[in-house]
Design a protein around this ligand. Structure first.
Ligand code: SF4
Length: 162
């Protein structure tokens, strides 16, 4: 059991190192993309399924800001900073279709480290710039992220001189 836990931790550390490096490498390019050409994605495991009134679509949900989970505050920030849209993904793979449909140049992704690593790899072929914010509470339900970290990333392309 402990071996399993250690292996999981070590995999997470590898993903963390990868996503940290990619975030740094892509930060300047991300800052050059206008926010209305950029979407934000969060995982469905952050939803409070007891109260959630999000609109369900094929591969994602659209948050209605009911205040039941952190996504509500993120959705408000996304609008305030003029980002194109926020998608609450049912699974990481839906992102590829969304970026094509929305003609997106960049994505801010909130996810666990493993999904974050996958997103960088998945979107590299599409020439999409990615910035990643990890979950602060991982798991299958009632997950969470640090709103301040989300805000710092979202404001990056407002504050950086080109
Ligand atoms: S804030 Fe949005 S995603 Fe969260 S529970 Fe409410 S409608 Fe669902």
């Amino acid at each position: 059991m402990k071996l399993c836990k250690d292996a999981g931790k070590s995999k997470e550390n590898v993903c963390k190192a990868f996503t940290d490096k990619q975030n740094k490498l892509q930060a300047k390019k991300f800052a050059s993309v206008p926010s209305d050409k950029c979407i934000v994605v969060a995982p469905h495991c952050m939803r409070n399924t007891v109260v959630c009134v999000a609109a369900e679509k094929e591969g994602y949900y659209i948050c209605k800001e009911c205040g039941g989970c952190r996504i509500s505050e993120i959705s408000k920030l996304v609008k305030e900073l003029n980002y194109k849209a926020l998608y609450v993904l049912k699974g990481g793979r839906a992102i590829k279709n969304i970026v094509k449909e929305q003609n997106t140049r960049a994505v801010v992704g909130i996810a666990c480290f493993f999904e974050g690593e996958q997103a960088f790899k998945l979107l590299k072929d599409e020439n999409i710039i990615v910035q990643f914010v990890p979950l602060s509470k991982d798991g299958c339900t009632a997950t969470d992220t640090n709103l301040q970290e989300v805000e710092i990333i979202l404001k990056n392309n407002k504050n950086t001189e080109l």
